[in-house]
Design a protein around this ligand. Structure first.
Ligand code: HEM
Length: 669
């Protein structure tokens, strides 16, 4: 869109009251912790929410005991003992971190109100006015970029007590959705979204209330005696450790294992591996018959949409492929060794794709290099920092990272091996109903499809498949994910957009017009209509309206928060695959093999019968990125994992491995 000024190309120009892109990217993300000196005070713990929390009294999930640490080679399932000095950091069922103090209206946990004391405008009204639908396919990136983002999300956080798929069992609205249940009769966790009379879609159907249940926090869990502001709990490990595949507890992990050959359990259908059936089907799926598929994976959200499920299955198959390959190379390894080594490699591959293929597109390679998220090296990176809190930030998960809901496409196109599209699935027909991926060639056609179809552009437009029809489950209308995003940020008491601007080194707005340095005039005008005061504008809202920083897919304030998050996620993880840490790390030879992996390799190796892919799978097919036979897509070799047993002849040693360096391959532009 042409806003007349501050278009993307204007970024960094003196017209903007915004540091030049050069100085911005190199910015020292201090701010809330500013004045302490040092390059990255904000990364250090005790973080804002961490101080005083660990070891506090209480008996809730957030304080449940963890097993004593043994310095093993492998990660625990719940994330404990990753940080040996503070073994609870990043564990499942611990609070999100927080960069800026919450702004609960009672200082403890009540959702915010306007600085003028008025109630905030309905989240649905804000969504309807500011985030309409307009189809604009991304010119460069495929739908797989969006979809892998959801995998990364589900690996890193899950607001405890929310379902994020199937409707919650707690009801906050009347069954006909015409009104909210009276406060004195409904569950105290209820925080339903009010739908105004004149809503363009929902009022016609008489719908006045959208279901919403608040996230479980440390006060309700008894881990905070109520004398300090509530912190929400995340139910999964905070680390990027494929917990969506393996689960976030020993018990959960065991339930997903075959205990044979190091494999994860699968159900074989016509020789194809699918996850085992979920025996809690009615809690996670909207199936119409008992025969319909509903899977058990490491994450409760795996059935939420078809492309997400496809990736979950590809990850499952990759683990089993690795286990099989390792068993061939090392026939003397037992089930446990095969399972743990396959898990360690699969997590490393996932980290490599996330940091070297995915994040550079989202955040810009210059930015990721400059801020220590990526390196150009064939060595170890030696960047583990024990004093960095790896917890997923509330500011990130509840606002910034949700911006990528903008990239969701309403229709999923199916592509055959010749890359011809013959059909499209409507997203809202298949929420929580993954059966469709088992039909005919759909699995492969969806896998190719998401690597061929463009994602929707990063902008202020969101498909109605998620703003009108989310989880509609056969009904004519469903819910509004954008309204839910806004309401969730209120539930979590996130600070306002203006505060994050300041935190990120951008000028604080004193009037609505001041937002025009980054937000188009029409949206600024709408903000002034929807909010009483510039300080009321919510982070989720303001951040999503910012012009995109060139070379990235996100505006400057979200860019700052997401960069901060992925810095912490990397350097706060003792097991990060590139670290040369004693006892836990790969050999350098192994690390360099993992660096050869790619999203396209994942498809080639694990789809049913995909024979060709473009090398850079997150990028659309073009002359510069043509579809090639899978044999031409670099593949990590597992030879460096071959174990030479005492007395074995050296002739069985591995052939020299070709260490072709893969970064220029992906990022040659
Ligand atoms: C078809 C694709 C997607 C659908 C249907 C979807 C749907 C949802 C839903 C229903 C929630 C829970 C909302 C709430 O109750 O607060 C959620 C949360 C979230 N989504 Fe998405 N999403 C999709 C893709 C993505 C992508 C691509 C990203 C980022 C790259 C993303 C990031 C997030 C984050 C960070 C959360 C919060 C997670 C937590 O901490 O609980 N989502 N999404």
């Amino acid at each position: 869109q042409d806003y007349g000024f501050h278009q993307p190309s204007d970024f960094g120009s003196s017209k903007l009251r915004f540091p030049s892109s050069q100085s911005y990217y190199g910015a020292d993300f201090s701010g809330f912790f500013g004045g302490h000196g040092g390059r990255r005070p904000a990364h250090q713990f005790p973080s804002f929410s961490g101080s005083g929390y660990f070891g506090g009294p209480g008996f809730g999930i957030c304080d449940s005991p963890i097993a004593p640490c043994t310095q093993g080679k492998y990660r625990t399932y719940d994330g404990s003992c990753n940080n040996l000095g503070n073994p609870r950091l990043g564990v499942a069922n611990s609070p999100y971190g927080r960069l800026l103090p919450p702004k609960y209206s009672d200082g403890l946990q009540a959702p915010p109100v306007s600085v003028t004391g008025h109630n905030l405008t309905s989240a649905r009204q804000i969504s309807a006015i500011l985030f309409p639908d307009a189809k604009a396919p991304d010119p460069k990136w495929t739908l797989a970029l969006m979809q892998y983002g959801q995998i990364i999300t589900h690996d890193m956080s899950l607001a405890a007590g929310t379902t994020q798929g199937k409707a919650h069992t707690t009801m906050c609205c009347t069954p006909d959705l015409r009104a909210a249940l009276p406060e004195d009769t409904r569950n105290p966790a209820c925080f339903p979204i009010d739908i105004p009379d004149h809503d363009p879609v929902f009022s016609e159907a008489g719908i006045r209330c959208m279901e919403f249940v608040r996230t479980t926090n440390d006060i309700s869990q008894g881990c905070n005696s109520g004398n300090k502001a509530a912190e929400q709990i995340s139910a999964v490990t905070h680390y990027l450790d494929s917990s969506n595949v393996y689960g976030s507890s020993q018990q959960g992990a065991d339930a997903r294992r075959e205990f044979q050959g190091g494999r994860l359990s699968v159900e074989l259908k016509h020789g194809r591996q699918f996850p085992p059936p979920n025996n809690n089907k009615s809690a996670v799926c909207d199936h119409l018959s008992e025969e319909e598929a509903c899977y058990l994976t490491g994450d409760i959200r795996a059935n939420q949409n078809p492309q997400l499920t496809v990736f979950q299955i590809l990850q499952l198959r990759e683990h089993n492929r690795l286990a099989g390959e390792l068993a061939r190379i090392n026939p003397h390894w037992d089930d446990e060794r095969l399972y743990q080594e396959a898990r360690k490699i699969a997590i490393a591959e996932h980290q490599a794709v996330t940091y070297y293929e995915w994040l550079p597109i989202i955040l810009g390679r210059e930015n990721t290099d400059r801020n220590g998220l990526t390196y150009n090296t064939q060595d170890f990176t030696y960047d583990y920092k024990e004093n960095v809190d790896p917890s997923v930030l509330n500011d990130h998960a509840t606002a910034a990272f949700r911006f990528f809901h903008t990239n969701i496409a309403g229709f999923l196109r199916l592509f055959d091996e010749h890359r011809s599209s013959y059909e499209a699935l409507r997203l809202s027909d298949h929420f929580n109903r993954p059966q469709i991926i088992e039909e005919g060639n759909n699995f492969d056609d969806l896998a190719r499809g998401m690597h061929t179809q463009p994602q929707e552009s990063s902008d202020k437009f969101f498909t109605t498949e998620i703003t009108w029809f989310l989880f509609r489950n056969g009904r004519s209308l469903g819910q509004d994910l954008r309204a839910i995003d806004i309401q969730r940020a209120r539930d979590h008491g996130l600070a306002s957009y203006n505060h994050y601007r300041e935190y990120c080194g951008l000028p604080k707005a004193h009037s609505f017009e001041d937002f025009a340095d980054l937000i188009d005039p029409e949206s600024v005008q709408k903000l002034s209509y929807l909010y009483h005061h510039p300080d009321d504008v919510e982070f989720t809202v303001g951040g999503s309206l910012e012009a995109i920083v060139p070379g990235t897919l996100v505006g400057p304030t979200f860019l700052c928060i997401i960069t901060e998050q992925f810095y912490r996620t990397r350097v706060g993880d003792r097991f990060f695959f590139e670290n040369g840490v004693k006892d836990t790390s790969f050999t350098l030879e192994q690390v360099n093999e993992i660096r050869r992996g790619s999203i396209s390799r994942l498809i080639c190796d694990n789809a049913d019968d995909v024979k060709s892919m473009q090398p850079r799978g997150f990028e659309q097919i073009s002359q510069d990125n043509p579809v090639v036979p899978c044999s031409l897509i670099p593949a990590p070799s597992l030879e460096p994992w071959r174990e030479i047993r005492q007395g074995e002849h050296t002739a069985s040693q591995p052939q020299a491995v070709d260490h072709e360096f893969t970064f220029p391959f992906f990022f040659k532009k």
